[in-house]
Write a protein that binds this ligand. Structure first.
Ligand code: ADP
Ligand code: MN
Ligand code: MN
Ligand code: MN
Ligand code: MN
Length: 295
């Protein structure tokens, strides 16, 4: 099986450079969402504006990873910068103290594009062999997307060192089986308070009217790939139908059993694909559940 050339390199060599003194200086590695699909050739320069800062696990303290928003030559957000409007929408509902927690599924592959046959089982292993999941959050406000994008970056980087590839493709293995999703768990302050369950249910009721809008927002290609996942089989709902249920992984919206027992808490939207943009996904949820815009 082919592996990345870099996985065969002697990692000890890197250490020689890592221990060089850096004095008072701090190195910031900028991370941003690619804009290569834009074709305004004459004005292809873009502005990177720092949005969130993280500890850099590769270059260690005091160095930083800096997640940036991208703006075009005319200072308008780049087409891939969905964080900009999302932040604006989020600010409108900041008094509701939103929490988001994501379940990000991903698939490990060899560099030749084949998945391994080994059966990985572990705390985070998923239904399909070679499929894994990590959870982020709950995060308040606009932070969630920043954490998720930087987690993607770190995962890609680590996999490179181990000679494997991570893919966030919703259906990486051809055929009929489990796809990969990125499921937001969502709550407001009112939902988390005593007897908040009625607000949780109110939210899912509103979502039942906006199925088409949500499906479009939940995958970069507007549902082309997600349609192959959301078949109604393999712990998914059908892309054409909306459903909500307690402890039901076959529903579009899943209300955990503990939330029902405690009569307060969050719900999970099981429709977004693994490669969805978190800003687009969260914006759609806020517009429907809190601003009554969709449906
Ligand atoms: P599951 O049992 O559905 O696989 P996981 O443990 O994988 O659940 O993921 C649950 C997610 O829900 C985590 O990302 C967690 O941060 C998030 N979460 C927990 N409580 C809340 C809450 N009140 N509001 C929003 N998200 C929450
Ligand atoms: Mn999970
Ligand atoms: Mn899962
Ligand atoms: Mn899930
Ligand atoms: Mn879940």
């Amino acid at each position: 099986m082919a592996t990345l050339a870099s996985s065969h390199l002697n990692k000890g060599i890197k250490q020689v450079y890592m221990v060089l003194p850096q004095g008072e200086k701090v190195q910031a590695m900028y991370i941003w969402i690619d804009v290569t699909f834009q074709s305004e050739d004459a004005n292809s320069d873009v502005y990177l504006v720092p949005a969130a800062m993280f500890w850099d696990p590769f270059h260690k303290d005091p160095n930083k990873l800096v997640f940036c928003e991208v703006f075009k030559y005319n200072r308008k957000p780049a087409d891939t910068n969905l964080r900009h409007t999302y932040k604006w929408i989020m600010d409108m509902v900041s008094n509701q103290c939103l929490w988001f927690g994501m379940e990000q599924e991903y698939t490990l592959m060899g560099t030749d594009g084949h998945t391994f046959g080994i059966k990985i089982r572990g705390r985070n292993a998923e239904v399909m062999p070679v499929q894994w999941e990590f959870q982020i959050g709950p995060c308040e406000g606009v932070n969630m997307g920043d954490h998720l994008w930087v987690a993607h970056f770190i995962l890609h980087h680590v996999c490179e060192d181990f000679g494997v590839i991570t893919t966030f493709e919703p259906m990486p293995i051809l055929g009929n089986g489990n796809g990969a999703g990125c499921h937001p768990n969502f709550s407001t302050k009112a939902m988390r308070e005593e007897n908040g369950l009625k607000y949780t249910e109110e939210g899912t009721e509103k979502l039942s009217k906006g199925q088409q809008c949500h499906i479009r927002a939940y995958e970069p290609k507007g549902a082309v790939d997600n349609a192959r996942c959301l078949t109604g089989f393999h712990e998914t709902s059908n892309i054409k139908d909306f459903s909500a249920g307690v402890a039901n992984l076959g529903a579009s919206i899943h209300i955990p059993r503990t939330v029902c027992q405690e009569k307060k808490g969050y719900f999970e939207d099981r429709r977004p694909s693994a490669n969805c943009d978190p800003s687009a996904m969260m914006e759609a949820l806020i517009r429907t559940c809190l601003l009554n815009e969709m449906g």
